[in-house]
Design a binder for this molecule. Structure first.
Ligand code: BGC
Length: 320
């Protein structure tokens, strides 16, 4: 009986030592386990769904995100309204994104949201159009005053010495649209006898651009040239000119390279279009946010060069 008890005690002791050593081993193994770092989540807020320009911006950002090993979430609004833009920015801040890249519809309205995000230590970059008075960490986009000036030069190059101009802007309150008008008007005033006779807004809608073009040409039938400051405006204006049978009389200078824009350049209705580099804007802005997150040095301004496209080079430039 005593012998049996002794054997039992011995057996239990061996078992306990075994369990403890296995446990310690297992425990040790656990401590050597290193979880994979969670990839950073960057939100890119574009403007309006139906403008292909933003799909190219997104493509550039996506490729940079794949290279930097982060997750990119893209969003833009169906109607491109101010309300939706701000709601998307606010949502991105509330969802604790690691970084945000945003288009700015109205600087005054966006500034407090951008500053709120920055206070929460979310790096925010403005893209395509700026909110300089906010605490955004950087702006990535074209020099829009210079782009307006380039549009004026292109028009003067092909225009008669005098004549009348109608302007169609995407919006009267978006900074880059205002700058494109200012750069254009200043240069026209100083360097020609051409006169700006009307400015109408399209709300970034092809249909609305078509309607306001018809209005300008009805109210001021002496207008010879149209200057359009967003991609959709150029296409809408050219459609209206075609429909009114005025393609031999009215000539257009506009922005960007929608397929229809390039066709109108080939046909000669559009004299020139200012080509920005939306791919590079998307790519660069993603890099800037990630550089900031990784503690690298960044600038506050990144100027993305633009080109002037006309009949002479329309089939030669590189499309991304
Ligand atoms: C422009 C952009 C602009 C955008 C608005 C484009 O056609 O050229 O720079 O901000 O439209 O969605």
């Amino acid at each position: 009986m005593k012998k049996n008890k002794l054997w039992t005690i011995l057996f239990i002791s061996i078992l306990t030592v075994l369990c403890i050593s296995i446990g310690i081993k297992g425990f040790r193994k656990d401590t050597s386990y290193k979880p994979k770092p969670v990839p950073k989540r960057i939100v890119l807020i574009g403007h309006i769904d139906n403008n292909p320009y933003w799909q190219v911006v997104n493509k550039g950002a996506e490729e940079a995100a794949a290279e930097r090993g982060c997750i990119l979430e893209y969003m833009s609004a169906k109607d491109g309204s101010l309300k939706d833009g701000i709601r998307q920015l606010d949502m991105a801040i509330a969802s604790k994104a690691d970084g945000i890249i945003t288009y700015v519809q109205e600087e005054e309205q966006y500034t407090s949201y951008i500053n709120k995000g920055i206070e929460k230590e979310i790096p925010i970059v403005t893209i395509d159009t700026d909110a300089e008075s906010s605490n955004r960490i950087a702006f990535v986009g074209s020099d829009n005053m210079a782009a307006g000036e380039a549009a004026a030069k292109a028009l003067i190059k092909s225009a008669k010495s005098s004549g009348s101009i109608g302007i169609i802007v995407g919006s009267n309150s978006v900074t880059n649209q205002k700058e494109r008008v200012k750069g254009f008007e200043d240069f026209i005033k100083e360097n020609s006898r051409l006169k700006v006779e009307a400015v109408e807004a399209s709300d970034f809608s092809v249909l609305q651009a078509e309607l306001v073009t018809k209005k300008i040409l009805k109210d001021k039938p002496y207008v010879d040239y149209l200057y359009c400051t967003s991609a959709l405006d150029g296409v809408g204006a050219a459609k209206a000119v075609n429909e009114l049978g005025l393609s031999n009389k009215i000539k257009i200078v506009c922005f960007d390279d929608m397929t229809e824009t390039l066709d109108y350049v080939r046909e000669g209705i559009i004299l020139a279009t200012i080509l920005q580099d939306p791919y590079k804007m998307g790519y660069k802005s993603l890099e800037v946010v990630m550089d900031k997150i990784e503690g690298k040095q960044i600038q506050t301004q990144y100027d993305i060069a633009f080109k002037v496209i006309d009949k002479g080079n329309v089939d030669k430039y590189n499309v991304k």
